[in-house]
Design a protein around this ligand. Structure first.
Ligand SMILES: Nc1nc2c(c(=O)[nH]1)N[C@H]1C(S)=C(S)[C@@H](COP(=O)(O)OP(=O)(O)OC[C@H]3O[C@@H](n4cnc5c(N)ncnc54)[C@H](O)[C@@H]3O)O[C@H]1N2
Ligand code: MOO
Length: 435
């Protein structure tokens, strides 16, 4: 609740500088190696290569007879997939009965499928074609081939491919953990907001945005206004919890966790910040709605009290001006987002997304476009304008007040309109897509 200006006026940095600074605030995370099942949805930290050729040897593509030379052929053995290979080369005029996937003996020129074979009394006849129905070693995937590039998302199909190529584990990029703290006595997390109340519109969009940028939200926690709960949440870490809107309904739209905090019943114990994050704490903490300078905006004071290093305090962008980036003494980053939901989205794309992309080595798509329609640039600040893509270029989607996500929900991207813009092409930044 920002009702009055308190404290000194701080010069905001430019929007491009804020994005660059956020990315520079982190070192790319170290990749890890995880068992196949745990790799699902992660990004590869190196190219996926074939540890073996597929198939690993020349095998039959059909159930039938592997034959050598011109027919008719005398059936000398039977070879099943997984069974013993035929122990000597086939001579002309010989055949082995063979199953799909079984190794073809050396000397066999082709496989005659059952349905084309006339087999009687240990003899086979039929139209054999040289090379037919034999899958040669490495024909599907040669040994050592790079089948997926570094950075590719490990899909269910990629897991199957990795297994086929001999992998039991995969190197994946780290997935930074993000804890979300939604502040504001007026903010409710379920139901219809009554008079003086507003539904939380930021907590619901952050998990998808974070996931899209390569991270994982460990929990969305609603805090009452006041420095105590904020300080406790920052210093005590936060226990892993289901997103707040999954709690059982409670009067007033407050989660039990939040109600307890509001009543002063359960402040997390404030750990000493001794250079190590609290056990199990997320590497990044996002604080929503306490970033301006009103009497209920305690984030700066709490950060000061914790001797945090404030890296960004205000960005010359509309919406999203009062956003903040700080490093706690234990190394965790705190991203402060404004309470107005569209401003929070703009700020999340300015500071949070570049941090996550840098940590996970996932570059954002780069796109520019002509921009049509009535767009008024700001004299000093960058504007982020929700736009629809069209054949002629980007067109403003409208409904772009800082308090409303309507325009951004309609839009395909945000157009970056620099201060004093005079109609040149603009950069478009992606909005997180649906899954
Ligand atoms: N004197 C000044 N006042 C304000 C300035 C300024 O420069 N000087 N900046 C304004 C701008 S711009 C923004 S944006 C807001 C940001 O304020 P806060 O981050 O402190 O957020 P609040 O004051 O708590 O809330 C602002 C607004 O958003 C609603 N809100 C808060 N949280 C949520 C949520 N999770 N979901 C939906 N809506 C939320 C809240 O009820 C308020 O209406 O400060 C201006 N003031
Ligand atoms: O961040 Mo405020 O728009 O800039 O409402």
């Amino acid at each position: 609740m920002a009702v009055a200006w308190h404290g000194p006026v701080v010069e905001a940095i430019s929007w491009p500088a804020a994005r660059a600074l956020a990315a520079a605030a982190v070192c790319p995370g170290k990749p890890g190696t995880v068992p196949l099942r745990q790799a699902l949805g992660r990004r590869l930290a190196g190219p996926l290569t074939a540890l073996v050729a597929v198939p690993g040897t020349d095998v039959s593509a059909m159930d039938g007879y592997a034959v050598a030379g011109p027919g008719p052929w005398r059936v000398v053995a039977r070879v099943l997939a997984g069974g013993a290979a035929h122990d000597r080369p086939l001579r002309a005029g010989e055949a082995v009965e063979i199953a799909t996937g079984a190794p073809v003996p050396p000397g066999a020129g082709s496989v005659l499928p059952y349905e084309r074979a006339d087999a009687t009394g240990g003899q086979v006849r039929g139209p054999a074609e040289e090379g037919r129905h034999i899958r040669r070693r490495g024909e599907d995937v040669p040994e050592g081939a790079v089948v997926l590039a570094e950075g590719a998302v490990v899909t269910p199909v990629a897991l199957g491919l990795a297994a086929a190529l001999g992998h039991d584990e995969l190197p994946v990029r780290p997935r930074p953990r993000v804890a979300v703290l939604v502040t504001g006595d007026e903010v409710v997390d379920r139901g219809l907001p009554g008079p003086g109340r507003v539904r939380d519109a930021i907590g619901p969009f952050l998990p998808g945005l974070v996931e899209w940028a390569g991270g994982r939200v460990t929990g969305v926690h609603h805090l009452p206004d006041g420095p105590g709960p904020l300080r406790a949440a920052l210093t005590g870490g936060w226990r892993e919890a289901a997103p707040a809107w999954q709690h059982a309904p409670e009067e007033g739209g407050r989660s039990p966790e939040r109600a307890a905090l509001a009543d002063g019943r359960s402040h997390e114990p404030a750990a000493v910040m001794d250079g190590r994050p609290p056990e199990g704490a997320a590497e990044i903490v996002v604080v929503c709605g306490a970033s301006s300078r009103g009497p209920a905006d305690h984030l700066r004071a709490v950060l000061d009290g914790l001797a945090a290093d404030v890296l960004v305090d205000g960005v010359a962008v509309r919406p999203g001006y009062p956003q903040l980036l700080a490093r706690l003494r234990d190394g965790r980053l705190v991203v402060g987002l404004p309470g107005n939901p569209f401003a929070a989205l703009a700020a999340a794309l300015t500071l949070l997304a570049p941090i996550l992309r840098e940590l996970t080595g996932t570059p954002a798509a780069v796109e520019t476009s002509p921009l049509h329609g009535v767009v008024r640039p700001h004299p000093r600040d960058t504007r982020l304008v929700p736009v629809l893509r069209s054949e002629v270029g980007a067109i403003p989607a409208g409904h772009d007040r800082p308090g409303s996500l309507w325009g951004a929900a309609l839009a395909g991207a945000l157009a970056v309109v620099p201060p004093g813009w005079a109609g040149e092409r603009v950069e478009l930044i992606e909005l997180p897509p649906g899954v």
